[in-house]
Ligand binder design. Structure first.
Ligand code: FAD
Length: 491
């Protein structure tokens, strides 16, 4: 490939640039400063990057070039990183080529799908970002009730296409999150108590392994890999497409929220707890505390995806409790409730989060959660994800996802528009979590922030950990894919 053509491809320009632009863009003529897996600095030759670009249908983006800055950004503004190069992959073939390049040069490698990694794992400084954003096709086959979802797709696309046929599967609670990252780590959502985790609803994955093979992972083919991809994150290869099982779901649900004044909050929280534990699978309750300015509120997010008359009856005691300041539960489109909170978690927000599974939410636990929350202004929200139901009907070792036996996930999220004083703000959050952590056991990797260290990941995967290590040794022995809840290839 001629150099002028590479510059065109690499910068995503519609016209070729003369050769001299190459040195202007790169700063250092003829090479690109990069970082290896081990963290040392290396220079990539222009020739090698030109060769990479020649083999891709998508663009290669370099620092200083058009498109680079928007492509490098991920949802969490805390991670303002600058990969040496970004490959905008248009399909599995581009993914393979980018992976082989990363492997050959031992480059620090980030894989980005929806870019909503809370811990910033889908970007890196100095390495390569394998960017799946251009891969956004979703196709539904209503006859077989299957959705075929390219790995850069967002959950809103999956819901939108599925609901056109009166179908759906567990797909988070926001339309803007990536399907791939969410599913590989587990995947909770408003339909999860009926159908299980998003990963429980996968029929097959298409994967490119770090040695360049195109594999299908399903119950029939590469069943070991299929087991590991359901909860083991992006450790074993780059997933390029996901086949989901869909289920009939009424496009209208009973949804919304009920909010009480703070002084009625603890009583309402106990009632939510009692109802959640014995709830029919169609019910999803998500109790939350949040600060609106200097005023704290308690509320519960509701989604009932079954028969509406039955849902109205079941919700009656909750809505009759105390004197709610807001009762916004009403028939609404499922796709609308799935995007209702998107605007509260905008792109670029500086976000810090902690979470843990709660096996038994006692009255004392509820009091502790309220006390810690009220002592921590600046903390945006604490909420409980409703577990049980179909999540718990899957055996602990049936997939790599480690925890099935919990009542709730307790999560704490903060988001700041500005990066001013972040260290101090984060240390307040850490202090708050230190008080809460004792009531939790293990954590959900997809909500985990940066504080998690390898030993905690090991503990978290529990009895599934050794099997995950064996899989890692088989499919990624050099640990090329390490920017995730990383499983080492050796114990
Ligand atoms: P990315 O940042 O693109 O990737 C996340 C991780 O997965 C990275 O380590 C990345 O390398 C790896 N990865 C991504 N795609 C691939 C692939 N194709 N092959 C190999 N590895 C890959 N979780 C829930 O369960 N339920 C929710 O309702 C929910 N709501 C959320 C709302 C918001 C606003 C946010 C920020 C997060 C939410 N999460 C939720 C957590 C979510 O599951 C994770 O953030 C998830 O990682 C997002 O996936 P992504 O594709 O957007 O992430």
């Amino acid at each position: 490939m001629r150099r002028r053509d590479f510059v065109k491809a690499g910068l995503g320009l519609s016209v070729s640039l003369p050769v001299r632009s190459w040195s202007a863009v790169l700063g250092s003529p003829g090479s690109i400063p990069s970082r290896t897996l081990e963290g040392s600095d290396v220079s990539l030759s222009a020739a090698s990057v030109m060769d990479l670009a020649a083999g891709l249908r998508g663009d290669v983006l370099l620092s200083g070039g058009p498109g680079y800055d928007s492509a490098r950004r991920i949802w969490n503004g805390m991670f303002d990183k600058r990969p040496a190069l970004i490959t905008r992959c248009t399909g599995a073939s581009d993914v393979r080529r980018a992976l082989m390049f990363a492997r050959e040069h031992r480059l620090l490698t980030a894989v980005r799908a929806g870019g909503h990694s809370v811990s910033g794992k889908s970007t890196c400084d100095g390495g390569i970002m394998i960017d799946l954003q251009p891969m956004r096709g979703v196709r539904v086959d209503p006859a077989t009730r299957r959705a075929y979802v390219e790995a850069g797709s967002l959950l809103g696309q999956l819901d939108h296409e599925s609901q056109a046929h009166g179908l759906a599967t567990t797909a988070g609670t926001f339309s803007i999150t990536g399907a791939a990252g969410l599913t590989l780590g587990g995947g909770f959502g408003r339909l999860g108590r009926r159908f299980g985790l998003a990963c429980d609803n996968v029929a097959s994955f298409d994967v490119v392994t770090t040695d360049g093979r195109f594999l299908k992972a399903s119950d029939e083919e590469n069943a070991d890999l299929f087991w590991g991809l359901r909860g083991g994150g992006g450790n074993f290869g780059v997933v390029t497409s996901i086949e989901y099982r869909l289920h009939p779901v009424n496009p209208m649900v009973l949804g919304g929220h009920v909010i009480w004044p703070l002084e009625q909050g603890r009583g309402a929280a106990r009632l939510c707890r009692d109802m959640a534990i014995d709830a029919p699978d169609a019910a999803n309750l998500s109790p939350f505390l949040y600060w609106a300015g200097t005023t704290a509120h308690f509320g519960v997010g509701v989604c009932w995806s079954g028969d509406h008359a039955e849902g109205e009856r079941w919700l009656e005691p909750l809505r009759a409790f105390g004197r709610p300041v807001t009762d916004a539960v009403r028939p609404m489109r499922y796709v609308d409730i799935q995007s209702a909170d998107d605007a509260d978690y905008p792109d670029g927000i500086h976000s810090y989060a902690k979470n843990g599974f709660v096996g038994e939410l006692t009255n004392d636990n509820i009091d502790l959660i309220f006390d810690v929350f009220l002592r921590t202004p600046g903390l945006y929200t604490m909420f409980l994800d409703h577990c049980g139901g179909a999540y718990a009907r899957v055996a602990q070792d049936a997939t790599a996802f480690p925890r099935r036996d919990m009542q709730f996930i307790l999560a704490m999220w903060s988001g700041w528009k500005s990066s001013d004083g972040l260290d101090e703000k984060v240390s307040k959050m850490r202090a708050a979590w230190r008080e809460l952590e004792p009531i939790t056991g293990g954590f959900y990797v997809n909500y985990a922030g940066t504080d998690n260290v390898a030993s905690r990941d090991r503990e978290n995967y529990g009895t599934n950990f050794e099997r995950l290590v064996a899989l890692k040794a088989k499919y990624d022995p050099m640990n090329l894919l390490r920017l995730n809840a990383n499983v080492p290839p050796k114990l």
